[in-house]
Design a protein around this ligand. Sequence first.
Ligand code: SF4
Length: 76
Amino acid sequence: MSEELHGIFIDVEVDDAIAADADLAAKLAEVCPVDIFSADGGRVGIVTENLDECVLCNLCVDAAPAGTIRIVKLYE
Ligand code: SF4
């Protein structure tokens, strides 16, 4: 199971395996240059209104265990 959160152009999929990892949540909130991740309550949160600001830098993907975060482009 994974949580899907939709922007108009970008979805970020966060695997349940990391959803409650407070350290990783803090790290993700720090690395994303456009503040798509929040660490409120020690959970990996997505700031949906910022989703479409994603610059596809992959810093979040590289910061998380392999395969646990996916950035999905909804456009070509
Ligand atoms: S790819 Fe970059 S801009 Fe997009 S969510 Fe991940 S860290 Fe943020």
